[in-house]
Write a protein that binds this ligand. Sequence first.
Ligand code: GLN
Length: 478
Amino acid sequence: MDAGKATLWQLRQLLDSREISSVELLSFFLQAISQHDGTLHAYLHVNERALEEAKLADEKCSRGEPSAPLTGIPVAVKDNICTLEQPTTCASLILKDFVSPYEATVVARLRRAGAIILGKTNLDEFAFGSSTENSAFGPTRNPHDVQRVPGGSSGGSAAAVAAGFCPAALGSDTGGSIRQPAAFCGVVGLKPTYGRVSRFGLVAFASSLDQIGPITRGVRDAALIFSIIAGHDRYDTTSVTEPVPDYSRFEYPADLTGLRFGLPREYLSGEVAGPVKDALSRVSRLIEGLGATVEEVTLPHTSAGIAVYYIIATAEASANLARFDGIKYGYRSRHHRNLRELYMFTRGEGFGQEVKRRIILGTFVLSSGYYEAYYLKAQRVRTLIRNDFLEAFQKVHLLLTPTTPELPFLLGEKSKDPLKMYLSDIFTVNANLAGLPAISFPVGKSTEGLPIGLQIIGPAFQEELILKAAAALEQALS
Ligand code: GLN
């Protein structure tokens, strides 16, 4: 079996039956990275101690100790999630070489489940972007076509999984950063319900929107990682106490009979690329063939989503990024003559262009005189967007939409035009604004061989239903 294509479940079997050792598995990924990541640039850092950890896992196995679900399996982590002993840079010069003194709860949970943290993946600086071109350390490229972007901001994680550099990775999703790169790279990406997964140790972008989630090769793998990382954490006051079912133990694929899918009318507009529209109709017919129904629904405030998102997200980001001042963390400018200059030069030299743009925008919408006109109004419209979903879920169980309006675009195609770039998130931001869970799963390729992903959005805490539906479609499509 090609370890670069295997699922977590397959790897578990191979390891448990000793057909392969953890050291062999790790060596496979390390070799793939050294051969191809010079071109793709999915990783910002590879863990030098990974091989040692793999040896330990093999020793445990040979002593006959029972394995945990991820024992000896390497997993990659987006570089805005804190790890011990490896840098956490957020792809920013301001955190270049920064090593966190503590680790994120999700990382601790992965390690407790036996995972080896293989490395830290590239992203748009501070997760601000949709193409990974905003990384201060250079862009990631799409493994399906290296002239094209892998999406963003978790582009490194999605590219690493798609290229066979690791079987699974963590991403973060504030407005689409797990789902859009998953769609562009032909892999699965799950954004959980807000509060489902601890954000402790995730470098905050927009705290009311951020969630961590898995990027994997298959739906069941996403369920497995999700089961491991989900659940209450006393270090994150927004994490909820609801018990976490073992999503990985469900029956996959599930029976879809009687399930009602809604296609939101507003997501089918002229902006959507032909191959994406075709994929949506094809999958709708497939759903009906599986005994479920598909009907049109309306989410009338959809079109306000991007405006609302870019007000709220930038407002929260401007507050969250105030901590990078040259005193507490990372980079400090050496040119200053006084404290004010220390702050100014550190931030001026340490932050990239998109980060500065968003801090300025966010500070503006929060400033007196504009707060009510922009920020407060955006909060009100956010409630309307949320209510749209609540109403739709009175009629249907799940919503089916494109993940993105377009196919993976060329490097440089949108980087000069922030508005164009922002519109890439038109179908993903609303799930974050409403706090809802959503998955992107691959449904095929365009004639040029570019991956296409569709999104399923569900009611809060209905990840089980989303995963089951996506698994059934994944199976039917294969
Ligand atoms: N692309 C969106 C943005 O630039 C979403 C980013 C994210 O989810 N982190 O804000």
